[in-house]
Write a protein that binds this ligand. Sequence first.
Ligand SMILES: [Zn+2]
Length: 449
Amino acid sequence: MADKMETIVSLCKRRGFVFPSSEIYGGLANAWDYGPLGVELKNNIKQAWWQRFVHQRDDVVGLDAALLMNPKVWEASGHLANFTDPLVDCKKCKQRFRADHLCPPTQAKPELGRMKTPPPEKPVCPNCGGELTEVRKFNLMLKTFLGPVEDATAVVYFRPETAQAMFVDFKQIQGSTRKRIPFGIAQVGKAFRNEVTPGNFIFRTREFEQMEIEYFIKEGEWEKWFEHWLGEMKGWLKFLGIPEKDIVYREISAEERAHYSKRTIDIDYQFPFGQMELYGLAYRTNYDLTRHAEVSGHDLRYMDPETNEKYIPHVIEPTWGVDRSVLAVLCAAYTEVGEAKQKHVVLKLPRQLAPFKAAVFPLLANKPDLVKLARSVYDDLRKHFPVAWDDRGNIGKRYFSQDEIGTPACITVDFDSLNDNAVTVRDRDTMKQERVKIGELMQYLGNDK
Ligand SMILES: [Zn+2]
């Protein structure tokens, strides 16, 4: 299984999906760049998410908030005091570990997604068996200074989650959109955590991207909306092509939950390096808005226009990791086809996520008539969606090259095309070839972006 991960990481680098950041300077630990194909895949995931949960719903609106916020936000949310990882060092080999990673998952107590109490027993260093230091708290907020003076008054923090902006802006957004409860605010954006032990490729990095919704509800309806969003998250996983058998819905027990949450489910995926959290769903009660009302002094209550009742809304929060989605999609789509020497990789991405929707080849690169016709097919299709062009090597090699990056259809312009105005379309998954009229190509390929 670890081999599979290595293969995927090397494919990602070779084909330009994801590679180490600033590598000519030796890179920066656990920082990754999304290359030409990676940025397409990642954008396709984010766009599909936005389309599904914002555009296609009339009860969710969007937000793109600033990364740097007033530090009071983090005081109110509890991040400054509690957003810590329990840290231990090995006295012998000096390696550093997260204490909650050294005990079984059921003993890890998430507080703001983190551990609440230290593990009951003192484990030893998994690296050398040496004795570990006492558990220390390490705050994960990434700090910087705003403006020309580097003193305590200029300290600000990169947001550790996108969620808080949706709470802080709740009143402003509800007022300007006149949305009635229940409704949600959605945001896609970067967040930063000074992780103690990042790793596993793009799984855990200090800079990462989230897709989150804060869905504001009446307290009495929380169970109904929790189930609703659980269903939505299941539907999304299906859309991504992630098999149900590789997903684990982990109910977080009362002792393990954050103190304000009445129900939390972690949605885990069987990554090649183990079962790890992919998404999360939490009922956060009205904790966040209550805290922001207290600390800011602003009235954040909602007034029901029908009953004139005033109350602080409760919240259901579905959270999706963007980078983890990319990784899970790559792992699920990665397929090896054929025997030994003939073996090649097919990335069976859902069409909507594929970086290129089609590739166009002239059968021979040195025949101007063929190239000219192929070029016009290519230019026409490109008006509608991203299309690859390849005129190198033989057709078989071009097919394999496109299979490896998940292009669903390959279109070859051959000598017959000059007479019959038709092309050969080869399907990535079935490898079947069909003759299609050039004028009917768009309809044949489908037009969903
Ligand atoms: Zn050690």
